[in-house]
Design a binder for this molecule. Structure first.
Ligand code: TYM
Length: 343
């Protein structure tokens, strides 16, 4: 990938960018909605993946915890199958071009647009004591992450589509004001599991920040914990294992089962036809635990080897910087900044 990355984008392979916040151990929602898709995409696309630590400081996080979680996030992504022979995986704050482009894009983003972002509204409600400008500006940094590589495709869960739509708007606005430069990126949302729901309130998305640990399966949870959480999952009244309107709990478990086993929802329904919720929940727990076991194993090895992790994120970060610097230089030229020998 290295040489291609310093040259113009070749026609045949499209470029993917995606990011994830290191605010905690990844959830099954992150995994099914996003990370699980990142691995197979590597076969067809040139992929750039990023641990977005700059996004993580928009809510209060202890510095020591952020440092630790960032390394853990990096190791988790490698353990999930990100292959550095095929893709770049780095830490956002190591590549300053993201923040630099973000400032420029701020001047193409409208206050009204940012005010309408549902994630901003939710997080402001959750943290009324700290509605900082970074929280408001978060989607512009996300747009910069994507546009600074001229990415074609952005694989995300459904909750990020509003931010992606804004990135597209900003790209178009910039292009029409200064002339064509940015690729307008497409979103890629997996048809299955775009929104994995909380196990305790299946009308809410499964989220790292949920205060109830039983609501969330973490990808590093051990087998017993996963099975216990699945057994306790809130399900609806009734006894049929069928995907249907209004049965959010069972629909969520069927989606999870289907995602980790590769079976279709219909086949899963047939498999559990006539069986009770108890049997089904146990089977879901076992399937999830078996699916995640190799990730846990690989993660344990990787997190113990800090020198290897450092070598990986340093090499990938340097390459991402080289690639994105060329695009940032073009942006600076277009908007009228005087050329600098320093960059
Ligand atoms: P983050 O860190 O909240 O989540 C990472 C990815 O996981 C997906 N996801 C889910 N998918 C299905 N069900 C769920 N319950 C669930 N919870 C999370 C998210 O949609 C996301 O794809 N702003 C982004 C990070 C980011 C980014 C980017 C993404 C920063 N820059 C550029 C793409 C491109 C975020 O907070 O994701």
């Amino acid at each position: 990938m290295s040489e291609q990355h310093t040259e113009q984008k070749p026609e045949q392979k499209k470029l993917i960018f995606s990011g994830i916040q290191p605010t905690g151990t990844f959830t099954l929602g992150n995994y099914i909605g996003a990370i699980r898709n990142w691995k197979p995409l590597q076969e067809e696309y040139r992929c750039i993946y990023c641990v977005v630590d700059e996004h993580a400081i928009t809510v209060k996080i202890d510095p020591a915890k952020l440092r630790q979680k960032t390394l853990e996030a990096y190791a988790q992504l490698l353990a999930c199958g990100i292959d550095l022979e095929k893709s770049l995986l780095f830490i956002q704050s190591h590549v300053p071009t993201h923040a630099q482009l973000s400032w420029v894009l701020n001047c193409s983003a409208q206050f009204g647009e940012l005010s309408r972002m549902t994630q901003f509204k939710d997080k402001s409600q959750k943290h009324p004591e700290d509605i900082n400008a970074g929280l408001f500006d978060y989607p512009v940094l996300m747009a910069a992450d994507i546009l600074v590589y001229n990415a074609d495709l952005v694989p995300v869960g459904a909750d990020q589509m509003q931010h992606l739509e804004l990135a597209r708007t900003i790209a178009r606005r910039f292009n029409s004001r200064y002339g064509e430069l940015f690729t307008v990126p497409e979103g890629y949302v997996s048809p299955l599991g775009a929104k994995v729901m909380s196990l305790q309130d299946p009308t809410k998305k499964m989220s790292k920040s949920d205060e109830n640990p039983n609501a969330v399966i973490l990808i590093l949870d051990d087998k017993d914990t996963i099975i216990r959480k699945c057994k306790r999952a809130v399900t609806d009244s009734g006894s049929e294992i069928k995907f249907q309107e209004g049965k959010d709990g069972i629909n969520n478990l069927l989606t999870i089962y289907s995602a980790v086993t590769g079976k279709s929802i219909q086949d899963a329904e047939k498999e559990f036809d006539g069986q009770g919720y108890g049997t089904f929940k146990l089977a879901v727990g076992e399937a999830v635990a078996d699916h995640l076991a190799p990730v846990r194993e690989e993660y344990a090895k990787l997190i113990a080897d800090k020198a290897y992790l450092k070598e990986c994120y340093t090499r990938c970060g340097a390459e991402a910087l080289r690639y994105s610097q060329r695009i940032l230089n073009k942006v600076y030229r277009k908007i009228g900044f005087v050329a600098s020998e320093i960059r």
